[in-house]
Ligand binder design. Structure first.
Ligand code: NAP
Length: 406
């Protein structure tokens, strides 16, 4: 029996990962139990095969969402957040956001409480997946979405509340700005600190993975002091922290005749609306996208659709002290308990988690097996309806087919 123990974050920020780390998981609501059951089998099998029994994850269930409420009367118990903090890496299925006034999204709350400031979503085309693009194979990007502020910070007041009225009165009397009395008000904070740490993690990722460019996606032509500032702080970060390893797009033409010197990352920026055209028309020109919260939400779903849909799009929320890996789709309640949906998104998020803890060999096995299973046209209902000659399988059967191809 292997001795289970905790992952430790060293002072340098590096992870010290034992052979049998304890990793908390949240099963999730709706389709969560189905996709988690499939995922855990694939993760365990890939680790077993990659390391022939010398490494293993000791899974620790923690509760949130409906199961959290049933067990403790809380949708997001403090104990769950503490366990994730304590064990550094965790994985979760989708969670229902309880409907009703006063409830914030549990997912947004988890990201904010644990300061998981970078939402990282790699979007890479998997051969064989039906896509609306003519050349989906050109899509190979990683979106770094700022996760803690922007209009997602939840600072807003409904029309007619005392707070909204006070704010409207303040803006009118102190700032001479007229706002219609029947307005709801939301605040968009974008700070230098949060922007710089997000862009730094995106550039670090590009350097570590030999990727050619980081694009700052923003709407700074209109929102100058929030999105425009994000762009400026992004360029400053590149110069201050990675001056030797980066070159701006402008300098590329002035100094290097448009040809990037070997080993450098090009830093460029694009206005958000134009970026949606760019990723459709010239996806091969973009490798890493760093962007504020709302833009990041939109662009990562759009890219996932271009590459074949949310059913296969993985995601991670990463901070300096811990990380939570999760499927990018929701709880799809109409399919709950039917053993029907595609577990690919959570499985590939699990592979990202294995990368994160340094178990790349197992992660790579999973990615190759997903590719092979789909190329063999063994797919769940969502892909079967678009793939001619497909063998439609259940969620659990897809996991079995994948394990056979590890
Ligand atoms: P959703 O759960 O993502 O489902 C929307 C549709 O996407 C499904 O009806 C299905 O489409 C497709 N889909 C989603 N997951 C799939 C999978 N694994 N395999 C195949 N197809 C899949 O979005 P929603 O209905 O808007 O949200 C439902 C609940 O989820 C809400 O309570 C929301 O708050 C929550 N949510 C949670 C998270 C999270 O935990 N991170 C994220 C988003 C939403 P077809 O019916 O066309 O097959």
């Amino acid at each position: 029996m292997m001795q289970e123990s905790k992952i430790i974050v060293e002072n340098s920020g590096a992870l010290n990962v034992p052979d049998c780390p304890v990793i908390p998981f949240i099963e999730g609501d709706g389709i969560g139990p189905d996709i988690w059951a499939a995922t855990v089998r694939v993760l365990d099998a890939s680790i077993e095969q990659a390391y022939t029994g010398t490494k293993k994850i000791s899974w620790l269930e923690v509760f949130a969402g409906e199961k959290g409420f049933e067990k403790s009367g809380s949708w997001l118990p403090d104990e769950t957040l503490n366990k994730i903090r304590e064990h550094v890496a965790a994985i979760k299925g989708p969670l229902t956001t309880p409907v009703g006034k006063g409830f914030r999204s549990l997912n947004v709350t988890i990201r904010q409480k644990l300061d998981l400031y970078a939402c990282v979503r790699p979007i890479r085309y998997i051969e064989g997946v039906p896509s609306p693009m003519k050349h989906p194979e050109k899509i190979n990007m990683v979106v770094f979405r700022e996760n803690t502020e922007d209009v997602y910070a939840g600072i807003e007041w409904a029309k007619g509340t005392r707070e909204a009225e006070r704010l409207i009165a303040f803006l009118e009397s102190e700032m001479k700005i007229a706002i219609s009395q029947d307005s709801g008000i939301g605040i968009k904070p974008i700070s230098e600190t949060a922007s710089k740490r997000l862009v730094a993690s995106a550039i670090r990722h590009a350097i570590d993975h030999g990727l050619g460019s980081v694009t700052l996606m923003h709407k700074g032509n209109i929102m100058k002091f929030t999105e425009g500032a994000f762009k400026e702080w992004g360029y400053e970060t590149a110069e201050e922290l990675f001056g030797d390893q980066t070159v701006t797009e402008a300098a590329l033409w002035v100094k290097y005749d448009g040809v990037c010197p070997e080993g450098k990352v090009v830093i460029k920026d694009r206005i958000a609306d134009m970026m949606f055209q760019q990723v459709l028309l010239r996806p091969e020109e973009y490798q890493v996208i760093a962007t504020p919260n709302l833009n990041g939400d939109y662009i990562s779903d759009a890219l996932a659709a271009q590459a074949g849909g949310l059913g296969l799009a993985p995601g991670a929320n990463i901070g300096d002290r811990c990380a939570v890996f999760e499927a990018t789709h929701g709880t799809a309640p109409k399919y709950a308990g039917q053993d029907k949906v595609n577990p690919g998104s959570l499985i590939l998020s699990g592979a990202m988690m294995l990368d994160f803890i340094g178990w790349q060999k197992a992660a790579e096995k999973i990615r190759k097996a997903v590719q092979k299973t789909i190329c063999d046209r063994v797919v769940t209902y969502d892909l079967a309806r678009q793939l001619e000659g497909a063998r439609k399988v259940k969620c659990s059967e897809f996991a079995t087919a994948l394990i056979e191809r590890l």
